[in-house]
Design a protein around this ligand. Structure first.
Ligand code: TYD
Length: 215
């Protein structure tokens, strides 16, 4: 008798600058996947676990945060990620869940490695240690020009910009370029979508790319 193959889990990470529209697209993809009968879990980095949220607080909201050196920042992001992988992502993948992660290892490669000039080698080694063998199956980069990203950030009238958001324009330009270079080097994992297009257009492109990989 033929047995029905259990759906295998899948990790999809979303990357891009601030204001690229990641969270909107993650919510839309989650809906699509649920309609397709998949179990979906959305997580965010840094955070996603109690320990991770505490680490997030230190990185993002610490009043002394401006004095934090780049090495500490890298290690804190990695610490939050290590916890998230083992506590949440691995068990979910084992259950056959599709995990959508708002940022993952590539954020460290780009923000700390390139933006903060720590270099590719230490960041890659620390990333590897933090995630074990849990690499994303697909990474969606939502690309927006730096000017658009900053303008969108300013419109988020909610509160004062946090520490990361106070960075200057050249930092964000490096971040954007960093993602594009990374994606070019690993076309089998990365999908770059134009985040200046209407939400529904971006959504369809993402869904097409994900469906291809879901099989
Ligand atoms: P967050 O408020 O989640 O921003 P966004 O909505 O743009 O994702 O803050 C996360 C910030 O941390 C963001 O500026 C990117 C940065 N970051 C790193 O620098 N390195 C990392 O490894 C991660 C996960 C995030």
């Amino acid at each position: 008798m033929a047995t029905r193959k259990k759906s295998s889990g899948m990790l999809i990470s979303f990357e891009g600058s601030e204001g690229s529209g990641k969270s909107t697209q993650i919510a839309l993809l989650a809906e699509r996947l649920q309609h397709a009968g998949r179990e979906v879990l959305s997580v965010r980095e840094p955070g996603g676990t109690e320990i991770g949220e505490q680490v997030r607080n230190i990185i993002v909201h610490n009043s002394k945060g401006d004095e934090m050196c780049a090495e500490t920042e890298l290690l804190l992001f990695a610490a939050a990620r290590a916890q998230l992988v083992r506590e949440v992502i691995m068990p979910a993948l084992q259950r056959g869940t599709v995990v959508l992660s708002d940022r993952y290892l590539d954020s460290s490669t780009v923000y700390q490695g390139i933006g903060r000039n720590l270099g590719a080698d230490p960041v890659e080694r620390i990333n590897r240690f933090a995630i074990g063998n849990v690499m994303p199956d697909v990474t969606i980069v939502i690309d927006v020009p730096t000017e658009v990203s900053l303008a969108r950030l300013r419109q988020r009238a909610s509160d004062l910009p946090d520490r990361m958001e106070r960075e200057n324009v050249s930092f964000y330009k490096k971040v954007r370029e960093g993602y594009l270079v990374l994606a070019k080097g690993m076309p089998e994992r990365f999908v770059v979508v134009d985040g200046t297009k209407p939400t529904r257009t971006v959504e369809k492109q993402i869904w097409t790319a994900v469906q291809k990989r879901l099989g």
